[in-house]
Design a binder for this molecule. Structure first.
Ligand code: ZN
Length: 614
């Protein structure tokens, strides 16, 4: 990976230089689980902050002391920027629909306000930490720059950066402040709020400039609009030419950096073409410019925009450089991040909490369960009371609560998620999550059992049945009806799969086992699991080839209705049980020997050919 020249020079000058711009102790991070706002249809990843923390933690870069929890900002804080009329109006039912751009229920209004207030609290805390340490502090949220004093726009209800600065002013901090806003969008709300304040300079490079009149007349503002599909060269050149003179003339005593990731080429919303290397160069350029001189003002970083699944990775890599003496780690992998995050949460839950039984071997906390813990002596004589012989109902609920799944359901408007379990059925133990106490809206249903037959010598967690549905969402072109569906999916498959892997960790099982009963469940399962037998993999690849260009609902119907013909025999293809696994233990991974497996898939590839009947 190539590092930006100023950083390379700094590295060559020795570690002391890097230590100097990072601050004597590493940066502080501010986060709250309340930042996880899950709105179906929104492009913001609710696990963004958690993925960043899990990645940094797994790399061994985080200490517990560096992570701080934010609390919601009080109305006294919000009032430093926002008008009373607006604050009153924003809490009224229906008031957020136009700001958020989605139809929002009353319960969700409450939840969105809480999330944004907590993000404001986070920026307040990060500012205090940065000033206290004379170093760098990061809020893993915030950057709500489209919030004006008297109105909210484009998902921003309260302006966290403005509130934090005005709070500092109220506490006597008089020094000049520079806001560097490199989110793809114009920081119009922030610029408007400080339009008549010469002590706060707003610097923004963005795609479109607001029409806000007050913002246009701002006294201390640099407004740089780049039209079209901006590339690294134009973007970084603009930044390198324009920011240093502004920084020199403002001579700030505090810098707030909105490190929005929506300029990235793979952003789900943005139209710019900034490469991963360009994103890193941008972030390190700003950091070095602010922290590299003699003055070294405290630096507060907030996440601001960034849409789609991969956005968090740019922030994670930037912060890895801050934590690792200026040396960034490689761009993290998305697929691993969900599991990393759930494993991190699970390690904070003890076996006693999950079983509700204080007699469980305390050593089990370090994941060393014995057979006696899972199956106490004489257990076979009693009616089973534990899910998979281990979890109490409260334990299941606790695990769903701590991992944030119930909170995400609440943020989608399911006010009282209710967990129920059913054990003792030889077909498997069932857990259900409803959205309400009256158990009318079923959201999650999983029937699981431990299978020791499929792969002799190994124990697998077998998924007999898995239903994830959102009963409040209508079918639409975005959510077409698949066979067997009463409602569209819940969009939590990766999360549930990660929770099941964590259960395998806990119960010392070798992996997940799933035998899909339809083409579409196999197609969806393939994102997480693989076929045990290479010939099944070859067969399904041949099916997918024959059905290429056909949408999933139509494809699975064609398979089920016998409209797919086996070209070799001329007969209709009939779906057959083909077991899939997700390896968790080394033993299973070894048995599935990846390179040999791929070779066998290729060998089997010639044996299958299908076509869709006319
Ligand atoms: Zn943006």
């Amino acid at each position: 990976m190539s590092l930006p020249a100023p950083l390379l020079r700094a590295l060559r000058r020795g570690r002391r230089t890097v230590d100097r711009w990072l601050g004597r102790r590493g940066p502080d991070f501010v986060y709250s689980p309340r930042y996880q706002l899950d709105l179906q249809g929104a492009l913001v990843d609710p696990l963004r902050g958690e993925r960043i923390l899990s990645f940094l933690d797994a790399a061994g870069l985080l200490t517990a002391a560096a992570v701080h929890t934010s609390a919601p900002a009080s109305f006294r804080h919000l009032r430093r920027v926002h008008t009373d009329d607006y604050l009153d109006a924003s809490s009224r039912p229906g008031s957020l629909t136009s700001i958020v751009g989605l139809a929002i229920g009353d319960e969700q209004t409450e939840r969105i306000l809480e999330t944004q207030r907590t993000m404001v609290g986070g920026t307040l805390l990060a500012t205090a930490l940065a000033l206290g340490s004379k170093g760098i502090a990061v809020n893993l949220g915030g950057g709500l720059h489209h919030a004006f004093a008297g109105k909210g726009e484009r998902f921003c209800v309260f302006n966290d950066v403005a509130v934090a600065i005005c709070e500092l002013r109220a506490r006597g901090f008089a020094g000049p402040v520079l806001i560097v806003d490199l989110d793809l969008h114009d920081g119009d709300g922030t610029r408007s709020i400080f339009a008549e304040d010469p002590t706060v300079h707003t610097f923004s490079i963005h795609n479109l400039t607001t029409s806000d009149e007050r913002g246009r007349r701002a006294v201390g503002a640099t407004v740089l609009e780049l039209p079209g599909e901006v590339t690294d060269e134009v973007y970084l050149d603009t930044l390198r030419r324009q920011l240093p003179p502004v920084c020199a003339s403002v001579h700030p005593d505090l810098v707030v950096y909105l490190a929005g990731c929506d300029p990235a080429a793979d952003d789900a919303l943005g139209n710019w073409k900034i490469s991963p290397a360009g994103m890193l160069e941008r972030d390190l350029f700003v950091t070095h410019l602010v922290r590299g001189g003699l003055h070294k003002p405290p630096l507060v970083v907030v996440l601001a925009g960034g849409y789609g699944r991969g956005s968090w990775r740019y922030s994670a890599r930037f912060f890895s450089a801050l934590l690792n003496r200026g040396q960034p780690l490689p761009l993290p992998d998305f697929a691993e991040s969900t599991l990393l995050r759930y494993r991190r949460v699970a390690q904070e839950i003890s076996a006693q909490e999950l079983t509700g039984d204080s007699s469980v071997n305390p050593a089990a906390d370090d994941w060393g369960l014995t057979l006696d813990d899972i199956m106490p002596a004489g257990a076979g004589l009693l009616r089973p009371t534990r899910f998979l012989g281990f979890y109490s109902r409260q334990g299941l609920e606790l695990s769903l609560e701590r991992s944030g799944v119930l909170e995400r359901l609440r943020s989608r408007g399911f006010a009282e998620p209710t967990v129920e379990m059913e054990v003792g059925n030889p077909a498997g133990d069932t857990v259900r999550v409803y959205g309400d106490r009256g158990r009318r809206e079923l959201l999650i249903e999983a029937r699981l059992r431990i299978d020791r037959r499929e792969l002799p010598g190994l124990a697998l967690l077998r998924i007999e049945w898995l239903l994830l549905q959102n009963p409040r969402l209508p079918f639409s072109p975005d959510y077409p009806r698949l066979p067997g569906q009463k409602h569209p999916g819940l969009g939590l498959l990766s999360d549930v799969m990660a929770l099941l892997v964590v259960a395998c960790d806990r119960l010392q099982l070798d992996g997940l086992l799933f035998v899909p009963s339809h083409f579409h469940t196999a197609a969806q399962g393939r994102k997480h699991l693989r076929f045990i037998h290479p010939e099944h993999e070859a067969l399904v690849r041949a099916l997918e080839e024959a059905l290429a260009g056909v949408d999933l609902a139509e494809a699975t119907n064609a398979v089920a209705a016998g409209r797919v013909i086996d070209v070799r025999s001329g007969e209709r293809f009939a779906w057959r049980p083909m077991p899939m696994v997700l390896p968790v233990s080394e033993a299973l991974a070894e048995r599935l020997n990846e390179s040999e497996y791929q070779k066998m898939v290729e060998e089997a590839a010639g044996s299958y050919e299908f076509r869709l009947a006319e």
